[in-house]
Design a protein around this ligand. Sequence first.
Ligand code: GH3
Ligand code: MG
Ligand code: MG
Ligand code: MG
Length: 303
Amino acid sequence: MKANEKESTILIVDDEPTNVQALAKLLKNDYRIQVANNGEKALAIARGSKQPDLILLDIQMEGMDGYEVCRQLKEVPLTNTIPVIFVTGQNTVSDEEKGFKLGAVDYISKPFYPTIVRARVGTHMSLKLKTDLLEQIAMLDGLTGIPNRRYFDERFQKEGRRALRDKLPFSVIMMDIDHFKGFNDNYGHGAGDNCLQKVARALANTLLRPADIIARYGGEEFVALLPNTNSEGAGKMAEDLRSAVESLAVINEYSSAARVVTLSLGVATLDTDGDETMLSELLKQADDALYKAKEGGRNRFVF
Ligand code: GH3
Ligand code: MG
Ligand code: MG
Ligand code: MG
């Protein structure tokens, strides 16, 4: 997340070096600047790892024109949230209308007034940062601060399809706190919430790889997503997660599994020559395994 506008980036796209210089000079004290002198380069930057937060786009350029660049940006989810402002010498109403129809947020005519450009860019940039922030918040669980089920579902589909395509192993672990109703009923809801926060932190700290994801799946249920992890690796991870929560030593006198808060876990791994139907079965498999872990005495994992 960008803490402020100073850390945000503007991509200036124009085939005329003097235009690029004029805009860069105007904005470089307030933003990071990227430059492209044709449409193809602009698209490559926008699709790359250092995505701009906003694009200033010329229309008349050699090769691909600005309208086409905008059309391609708005066509795919990867780039369609980047606001585009046309900065152009094409000043008729129908030019401007076409720009807005293609999804631009603003249209600035050349020659431009520096203060107006700065003001309009400022308005759109702060809107973009707010939207980014809201999107991030929408993906996090309010109580524990870890990703929520919505985020998990999205990533599960994405990572699962990738695993099938690349024929890589892929595992999930479903987790449910043991005898948590007893904990809540006896120690109170506040203590219960506190416990959920501690458990979430312990689980998040146990994951090793940057690609691993832990999410709160429901009330006292958590789920781990482990890309490129086979059954053996997932079993080890399940044991680490189990032991991390037990080691918190949060007293639960009302648990028959242990005197402390524990987890039951169900592990499932996607077959490397599986298909999409198996992907949709995977969570059910993990859930069935979790049920067996409960039946088998809790505080354990089952495949
Ligand atoms: P089991 O070992 O079979 O999982 O038993 P359990 O008591 O954990 O299972 P059950 O599903 O009956 O109870 C889950 C309880 O989790 C119900 C509720 O008291 C508690 N719970 C769920 N979400 C929250 C929450 O957000 N905050 C708090 N404090 N408690 C919650
Ligand atoms: Mg031009
Ligand atoms: Mg439950
Ligand atoms: Mg439970």
